[in-house]
Design a protein around this ligand. Sequence first.
Ligand code: NAP
Length: 282
Amino acid sequence: MKEVRLNNGVMMPAVGFGAFQIPENETERVINDALEVGYRMFDTASAYFNEEQVGNAIRHSRLKREEVFITTKLWVQDYEYNDALRAFDKSMKLLGLDYLDLYLLHKPYGNYYAAWRAAEKLYQEGRIRAIGVTSFSNERLQDLFLHNEVKPSVNQLETHPFFQQQSANAFLQQEGIQHEAWSPFAEGQNDIFNNPVLKAIARQHEKTVGNVILNWLNRRNIVVIPKTIRKERMIENWNSFDFTLTDEEMKLIAGLDTGKSPIYDDMDLATTKHLSTYKIHE
Ligand code: NAP
């Protein structure tokens, strides 16, 4: 499977597996199925409340530590410096790992400068191989790296055919920061799997709409972490990279961009307030 080289030289799989919104009692089975299919990169978060189950499945797989790439995220509630260090230790304990591949600041709110400095310290101590952010606008991201030591390696952004993140993608490329897509299927919004343009392209290649979306993101050098609880869809999504979209098809998909999220707007005041004050622990 293709890998990308991060700005600190670390190799990251271009295709991984998202662990958001999986029922707690199913997580181990789901991750185990994904490992069997071939996925080696897993994206979780303290706010997903399933780090322990993800860690258990990886441990039971008996794969060598260096054969898997694990991402987890720090929640906004823990963005003060010492809280961030404590939250990292808690995540590592739940995951059962002695080092982490990628640690992300989960949202661009609150004291993310203090959180970043804690992540930098953990990175410099060798406890994390790469650090990054999610859902940071170009402006916030630039400000963060201009006023700190370590440049983020990754920005994980909502990215799919309806919200293509063209300007973020251009900025990230220019700055050497890896673009990773969250919700590559828009969480199914706007009836994405029945979109006529995507369906016609899928038919042309005897593939599925899911295949077309993941192939298109991969073609734009965007790392993908699709989520599914069904093994047959894990296999389907894994098999998205054995065909080439034509330039004409790339243009047709480009035409689906609405420039905004069908899920939620990270900069909307009510959303910002809700997420900024959402607590994941006492
Ligand atoms: P997603 O991957 O865009 O979509 C998941 C949905 O698509 C589920 O309903 C799944 O259903 C369905 N699905 C998956 N493969 C399919 C296929 N081949 N055909 C038809 N339906 C299919 O949504 P997501 O889970 O929100 O995003 C992926 C990952 O990104 C997350 O798991 C998480 O790791 C990360 N994420 C990060 C953030 C952030 O703030 N940084 C936010 C959201 C997500 P079934 O499960 O029933 O198959």
